[in-house]
Write a protein that binds this ligand. Structure first.
Ligand SMILES: C[S@@+](CC[C@H](N)C(=O)[O-])C[C@H]1O[C@@H](n2cnc3c(N)ncnc32)[C@H](O)[C@@H]1O
Length: 345
């Protein structure tokens, strides 16, 4: 059910909670509940103290959209789309539709810059900084059959990949993301998707609370944000069923050696980056975290086709952080590549 305007801090909008659905041997329920309480307290504080969040919260509360107002679809195999359902397309519903359009427009604009996308909400095309559809096209064939599977997406941002995964009828989709603002996108979109989807606003490191539970874990755009990448991979290994799969996607540097760059500050304009591995190093991390069948299925130079500034992400982006004359990042580091790997437990 669509809970827009009611409560954006529950871990699910439908009342479904995977913690009550599965035996406790699969996770440390008390620890997870404690993390939820901490996250909720922090979110409540930020709703008052952080002007960006306070504004979005205010606009979110005003949305008041009825449950059956939207249909969910994937537009042109690219953008996550909410369109007005047939019931609201008659002339006498025009005012309602226009009012929703106005309210939702202000809400969506308050979420700028949109880092991941694209989305099409009513008639508004949200071209985000990152073309997540490009990443999706690279990983989709490596996922295998995910029908009836339990999947976690660590560092899920606004949930773009969860909405793409939902199409294939997984049993559970769990998004884990620390940044509170992205949760509002999930609260807008997920009630219109027929899937057991849930959101945990805690650190990816909390994957250590899960044991032999997930069939697949996505760890994309995240490993370089970790102070201790091998520990995270090891916890992911533990969280997977036997034969379960990890998909890792990471920033990387080119080297024949098993090394990682530890930037002194930003790397390619990005903060919070601890280690940028070579492909050999990333494989070695996976191996040392006990993964098997480690395979790199894509390696390529990052480019402004995939990451660029847009109207909905009016910020400095990829090309602003490249020193093309010297073939380096503006900080003087090797140019960023992206590596995509799959491995099993
Ligand atoms: C580069 S983005 C990648 C988003 C998405 N997974 C993708 O591949 O496009 C990294 C995301 O991880 C989140 N993040 C960073 N550190 C995290 C942590 N410790 N736990 C959970 N999420 C984290 C960020 O807020 C951000 O949304």
């Amino acid at each position: 059910m669509f809970n827009t305007g009611k409560n954006s801090t529950n871990s699910t909008s439908s009342g479904f909670d995977y913690l009550s659905e599965y035996p406790q041997k699969y996770f440390d329920k008390d620890a997870i509940l404690e993390e939820r309480i901490k996250a909720r307290k922090l979110f409540e504080k930020l709703k008052v103290e952080n002007p960006l969040i306070a504004k979005t919260e205010q606009l979110y509360k005003k949305l008041n959209i009825v449950d059956d107002f939207f249909n969910f679809s994937i537009n042109n195999d690219t953008s996550i789309s909410l369109t007005v359902s047939d019931k609201y397309k008659s002339i006498d519903q025009r005012n309602t539709v226009e009012q929703v359009e106005e309210r939702i427009g202000a809400f969506l604009r308050s979420l700028c810059p949109w880092k991941k996308g694209p989305f099409t909400i009513m008639d508004t095309f949200i071209d985000a900084e990152w073309r997540s559809d490009i990443k999706w096209n690279r990983i989709k064939d490596k996922l295998g059959n995910i029908e009836g599977k339990k999947i976690a997406d660590l560092g899920c941002n606004n949930g773009y990949f969860m909405y793409r995964l939902a199409e294939f009828n997984p049993k559970l989709l769990l998004g884990v993301e620390t940044y509170p603002r992205y949760r509002y996108v999930f609260d807008l979109i997920s009630p219109h998707i027929k899937a057991n989807m849930q959101w945990e606003m805690f650190s990816a490191e909390c994957i250590r609370y899960y044991h032999s539970f997930f069939d697949t874990v996505l760890c994309m755009g995240l490993i370089y944000h970790m102070r201790d990448p091998v520990s995270l991979l090891h916890s992911i290994h533990n969280s997977l069923v036997k034969g379960g799969k990890i998909i890792v996607e990471s920033l990387g540097i080119i080297s024949d050696e098993s090394i990682a760059l530890c930037p002194e500050g930003r790397y390619n304009g990005c903060s919070g980056i601890w280690f940028v591995p070579s492909l050999k190093c990333l494989k070695s991390w996976l191996k040392r975290a006990d993964f098997k069948n480690i395979e790199c299925f894509y390696s390529g130079k990052l480019s402004s086709e995939e990451q660029r500034s847009t109207k909905w992400a009016n910020i400095k982006s990829f090309s602003d952080f490249i020193d093309s004359r010297n073939n380096k990042t503006v900080e003087g580091y090797p140019l960023p590549y992206r590596f995509y790997l799959v491995a099993t437990k």
